[in-house]
Write a protein that binds this ligand. Structure first.
Ligand code: HEM
Length: 216
């Protein structure tokens, strides 16, 4: 086996937006489920205020994240591919428990494996924007008549979508946190998201799956 080498994978802003977004979504989930009536923690009024504050903070942060991903060219890391995706899924279902090697090691050029690309793209392009959109429509319910939305949207339907996606996001976080513990040690990936540095076998390798999808 080759000696491990260190590779700089996550820049300062990337690490900042990752943890800031994780914190905001966690607080939004906590206060959101209190507003939903699942439990009492802050009390309705405070839960409402915190939810609204974090919601606006997230919208602003999101604008910066999207701008950063587009201008740095990092969007390339999210270009979807189905190549090797079955192998990766099989690895997480079976191979990992047999101590097999990961079928798609990380490199600087491709830090997400094909399964991550599909997951993160669905989150970034679909789940998160729809959660923000439904939340904002919910927030501006009193302006629906002026916006011509009365009779077009139903508040019940909107609350259902917002709550269903909140469940989906919580499920994502649970799975995501489990996945982050599956590096060469339990803390390897989590430490990398704090320091930016990840230990890999060959940082400059161009994987065979990646070469075949080469477009940029
Ligand atoms: C920009 C983002 C968001 C906005 C603008 C937003 C806005 C809102 C608004 C206006 C409400 C109605 C209650 C109230 O007036 O205080 C609400 C409820 C709720 N929110 Fe959000 N929210 C956002 C993000 C999130 C996220 C990320 C989650 C969870 C991961 C979440 C979970 C919930 C839940 C579970 C409810 C209760 C729904 C119900 O039972 O009616 N929200 N949100």
């Amino acid at each position: 086996m080759k000696a491990m080498e260190k590779m700089y994978l996550y820049t300062r802003f990337e690490r900042f937006w990752h943890w800031a977004q994780a914190a905001l979504i966690s607080v939004l989930a906590l206060t959101g489920f209190e507003l939903h009536g699942s439990f009492t923690l802050f009390g309705f009024e405070r839960a409402h205020d915190i939810h609204e504050f974090c919601a606006w903070s997230w919208v602003v942060l999101w604008a910066f994240i999207v701008f950063w991903i587009i201008t740095t060219g990092e969007w390339r890391q999210y270009v979807p591919t189905t190549r090797k995706v079955i192998e990766v899924a099989r690895y997480y279902a079976i191979g990992i428990f047999r101590g097999e090697a990961h079928p798609v090691p990380k490199t600087t050029r491709a830090k997400h494996n094909p399964l991550q690309r599909l997951t993160y793209l669905s989150l970034a392009a679909l789940l998160l924007p729809v959660q923000m959109g439904s939340g904002l429509l919910y927030m501006f319910f009193n302006d629906w008549p002026a916006l011509g939305l009365t009779g077009v949207l139903s508040l019940d339907g909107l609350a259902f979508v917002h709550t269903a996606l909140a469940f989906a996001l919580v499920a994502f976080i649970v799975i995501h946190v489990y996945m982050t513990t599956t590096g060469h040690s339990v803390w390897a990936h989590i430490t990398a998201m704090f320091t930016g540095w990840e230990e890999v076998e060959d940082a400059d390798a161009v994987q065979e799956w990646e070469r075949k999808t080469e477009r940029f």
